[in-house]
Structures are given as C-alpha cells and as structure tokens.
Ligand binder design. Structure first.
Ligand code: GSH
Length: 120
C-alpha cells in the first residue's frame, strides 16, 4: 500500500516539506516524485494528476488524487487510524488542530517576509 507524493524541492518549499514529513514521521510508505516547481515544468509534471495545480499532491494506492496539505493529512489520518497522526487525547487533539489550522491558514505576513531557504 504505497502512496505517490508529488512535491517540489523541500529546501525551498515548506508546503512540499510538510507534505513529505507526514509520510516520514508516521512511517507511511510513499514514492516521492519531484516536480519542476522552480524549473518551469510543474504544469506538465502535474498534468496526469489534473486538476492538481499546486504541490504537494498525493495519489492514494487506489488512484485517488488529493491536493492540499490539510486534506492530505486528514485523508491519511482517516486511512491510517493507528498511525497516530492526531493525538489520541481529546484536549491535545484540539490543540493540535488549532496549531495546524493556524499554520495552514495564518502567518501570511511572516511567510511573505521570510521565505523558506533551508540550505543557507
Ligand atoms: N493550500 C495549499 C497551498 C499549496 C501551495 O501554495 N503550494 C505552493 C508551494 S511553493 C505551489 O505549488 N506553488 C506553485 C504555484 O503557485 O504555481 C497546501 O497547503 O497544500
């Protein structure tokens, strides 16, 4: 049961890094495919996954395509209930969902001012 994950360079794309971390941290089998996020081939690379236009995007072993980090996280949590993507304790889970929502939808000014560059 191996997933396919399409991402850009994890050193520069925090979305790509987060998508990949979900598989790495929770030991979920995945084949990683690099798309040309910064080389201009992204639209062509993602064409087989239409309507995906952004990274990360995941394809399930059954062929379902899921874009958006939070949708991928929720899909993995549902499909792998024993992996522990969300904390078991209800209070911790609520707090985790809050942090994830803030990270996902918030910090826009910080993100604009501080683009990610892990190699420097
Ligand atoms: N809400 C999406 C945002 C995805 C997103 O904006 N990805 C960027 C990563 S750098 C992207 O694909 N940008 C390419 C573009 O805008 O053409 C998620 O969390 O997955």
């Amino acid at each position: 049961m191996t997933y396919d994950l399409f991402i850009g360079d994890r050193a520069y794309s925090s979305w790509s890094l987060r998508g990949w971390l979900m598989f790495a941290a929770f030991d979920i089998p995945v084949r990683t495919h690099m798309v040309g996020l910064y080389s201009g081939t992204m639209a062509k690379d993602l064409a087989p996954l239409a309507p995906a236009r952004l990274v990360p995007v995941m394809r399930t072993p059954g062929g379902m395509v899921v874009g958006d980090t939070l949708a991928i996280a929720e899909t993995l949590a549902e499909r792998h209930p024993d992996a522990g993507l969300w904390p078991a304790d209800p209070a911790s889970r609520t707090f985790a969902r809050w942090l994830v929502a803030e990270m996902h939808a918030g910090f826009t000014a910080l993100r604009a001012a501080c683009p990610m560059q892990l190699l420097r």
